[in-house]
Ligand binder design. Structure first.
Ligand SMILES: [Fe+2]
Ligand SMILES: [Fe+2]
Length: 180
């Protein structure tokens, strides 16, 4: 079921490590001269980012909303905003994935949406949660997040619901069909 890392890393550090991978991959793209190699790495990157967002919508956002309730903007607002940004990012990732050969113009468009979302999620959701979730809860949420990888889609789906109540189920329905 869950990978070996599930027992030792909490949800905040797990999500941050996945964000780091997304940023590092983009930095790496800049040094890839071979077009076919760049194309292949960008397509893996699109799948990784799509899966990450879908895992958050299935197993992270719904579980932490209540812990963000006393924040200035309110937990529901923060989660709703996060999902809206996922859809905007997925719109650009989908365009990129539909190019026969990926272009830097479209990579940069996707990166602009990605960086904005990662920075905001880290500041508004992950940082406040670190002090609110005890270590046992963080480990359990990490386990659920990893497990959601078996349900979630690896493709960008800008058409999925922006509604925090509907998005988790739609994500699972789409992912399960793709994995059949
Ligand atoms: Fe994230
Ligand atoms: Fe996110």
């Amino acid at each position: 079921m869950a990978s070996g890392s599930s027992a030792s890393i909490g949800i905040i550090d797990l999500i941050l490590s996945e964000h780091k991978y997304m940023r590092d991959e983009y930095e790496h793209f800049k040094s890839v001269d071979d077009e076919a190699q760049l194309d292949s790495r960008v397509r893996k990157w699109i799948a990784y980012i799509s899966l990450h967002g879908h895992k958050e919508e299935i197993a992270f956002y719904p579980n932490v909303e209540a812990h963000l309730k006393d924040e200035k903007k309110g937990g529901h607002h923060l989660i709703e905003h996060g999902i809206k940004e996922h859809r905007e990012l997925e719109t650009e990732l989908k365009k990129l994935s539909e190019e026969s050969n990926v272009t830097w113009k479209q990579i940069r468009k996707a990166v602009a949406k990605l960086m904005h979302h990662l920075d905001e999620e880290e500041a508004d959701i992950l940082a406040p949660l670190r002090t609110k979730l005890d270590q046992q809860v963080q480990l359990e949420l990490a386990r659920q997040f990893i497990h959601a990888g078996q349900l979630a889609s690896e493709k960008p789906h800008p058409e999925l619901s922006k509604d925090p109540e509907r998005a988790p189920v739609e994500n699972i329905n789409v992912g399960v069909v793709e994995k059949q």
